[in-house]
Ligand binder design. Structure first.
Ligand code: SF4
Ligand code: SF4
Length: 464
């Protein structure tokens, strides 16, 4: 441990910023950040919000580009429809995403939380901005809090509740649009509440959940609920890049006027603490509560400009970067994750490329033995279940591959686009061909004259 770190008071570990001494919730009222990074994050979040609100309207061949219909087990990613039959691809896709997240976190810490997490974007860039607009900055909010319920307080608080609820309702609608599709949502809206009471109830529940989260629960989502936040302890190491305080340069801290020997650059102004949405002091080191929102970087840079010191006392840096002035390195841990990630990406790409347009399952009809037919023939009845994963109509044919015989379809295999289909068919063989009780038959599945799959089934004959 570096000597400089010994200056740090460890008493912060005895308490949680969002819990008071009495065990009650400490409601954090951060000051509005101002600075280059806050502006950049604002622009980034506007882009993110535009994409979020536009995506449900974008379609490919009449289908949304993204859909997460858990109820009907239908998922669309970048216009490609996935079915429950593609579960394996899903599982590998999820695993790939997980390894990507791990690698990204090992290298860049919680960069995602600060810049791209929907919770941070909606909280800090939408609801918090509404709050600053309606109630003013932190000190004005605290003043309003302390006021008795006079006209000003009722007006401001009432308006805030109305704006928060309306926006929560809007997000809930979009949330639903990502599940059922925008077209379906518009149909539900047009047909009215009474015809779709279940869906409307879900919409209201979503609305109240968002309202509760953004009005009251806020940073607790990141601190208590988010599993990603809790994983940081095992994922981060001394080479991970985080929002960090340069204690080598900053300590020993003290006011400009303080007569401290070898005084560091931190003037102990607490500007970095005042802007923190999770209420922590970054000078205490990396903490679970830090969502890497960069507000403290901006706050400290402004102070440094003011006192004529170089910016970057709080900056994106790794522990080794600060303590030993080491450059950021591509560690062997990162290399190992990269190898795993590329192997998974290759496997996933192979699965996606070789993914069938149609999934076919053939089973002998349960409870049926064999049927004797005219002209010394025997038949077996089979069920065929199909899923057309494409946006086009598909016609299939079956052919016997390894034995002479006939296939008599109950219905032709015409599968409408994006649909499940099932029918039955008979396989008819001559009795002389049957040498044992179970004969293996290969059924070729043909689409437009081209074989797409061979399925093996058993043909039951008389007991010989
Ligand atoms: S410590 Fe800094 S980066 Fe971390 S949450 Fe607080 S303000 Fe954001
Ligand atoms: S804003 Fe900078 S100077 Fe002020 S207390 Fe924080 S680290 Fe120290």
């Amino acid at each position: 441990m570096d000597n400089k770190k010994d200056f740090l008071d460890q008493s912060f570990r005895d308490s949680v910023a969002t819990i008071s001494k009495e065990g009650k919730r400490n409601y954090i009222t951060p000051q509005q950040p101002k600075g280059k990074l806050y502006d950049l994050r604002s622009y980034f979040s506007y882009l993110y919000l535009i994409i979020f609100f536009i995506l449900p309207f974008i379609k490919i061949e009449g289908e949304p580009i993204f859909l997460f219909n858990i109820l009907e087990r239908k998922f669309i990613f970048f216009g490609v429809i996935f079915w429950p039959q593609d579960f394996f691809i899903f599982a590998i896709g999820f695993l790939t995403f997980l390894v990507f997240v791990i690698l990204f976190t090992v290298a860049f810490g919680r960069l995602f939380c600060g810049w791209a997490c929907p919770q941070t974007i909606f909280m800090e860039m939408v609801f918090r901005k509404f709050e600053y607009w309606i109630e003013g900055d932190a000190h004005q909010q605290r003043r309003l809090d302390a006021m008795s319920w006079n006209g000003e307080k009722i007006r401001k608080r009432g308006f805030k509740l109305l704006v928060f609820f309306s926006f929560s309702f809007l997000i809930a609608n979009y949330f639903l649009a990502y599940i059922v599709g925008m077209d379906e949502l518009l149909v539900l809206i047009n047909e009215g509440v009474f015809l779709h009471f279940g869906t409307f109830s879900s919409l209201i529940i979503f609305t109240f959940v968002f309202f509760f989260v953004y009005l009251w629960f806020r940073e607790q989502v990141c601190i208590i609920v988010c599993p990603y936040g809790r994983l940081q302890g095992v994922l981060l190491d001394k080479n991970s890049i985080l929002v960090a305080y340069d204690y080598i340069r900053g300590e020993p801290r003290g006011k400009l006027s303080d007569k401290v020997e070898d005084k560091g650059d931190c003037v102990n102004c607490a500007a970095c603490v005042r802007v923190c949405p999770t209420g922590i002091d970054i000078r205490n080191g990396t903490q679970l509560e830090c969502v890497n929102c960069t507000a403290c970087i901006d706050a400290c840079d402004n102070i440094m400009d003011h006192i004529g010191k170089p910016r970057g006392l709080i900056r994106y840096a790794s522990e080794n970067n600060i303590a030993h002035k080491e450059k950021t390195t591509y560690t062997s841990r990162m290399k190992m994750y990269t190898v795993v990630l590329f192997s998974l990406i290759t496997f996933l790409a192979t699965l996606l490329i070789s993914r069938d347009d149609v999934s076919v399952r053939i089973m002998r009809t349960a409870g049926q033995m064999y049927q004797r037919q005219e002209a010394q023939k025997i038949s077996n009845l089979y069920n065929i279940k199909l899923a057309n994963k494409t946006r086009k109509f598909i016609h299939l044919e079956l052919k016997l591959e390894n034995i002479e015989g006939e296939i008599k379809m109950v219905n032709a295999i015409n599968i409408p686009k994006k649909s499940y289909y099932q029918t039955s068919f008979f396989v008819v063989l001559k009795t002389v061909q049957i040498k044992k009780r179970k004969t293996k038959i290969n059924l070729g599945v043909y689409q437009d004259g081209k074989k797409i799959e061979t399925i093996t089934a058993s043909f039951i004959g008389p007991f010989i």
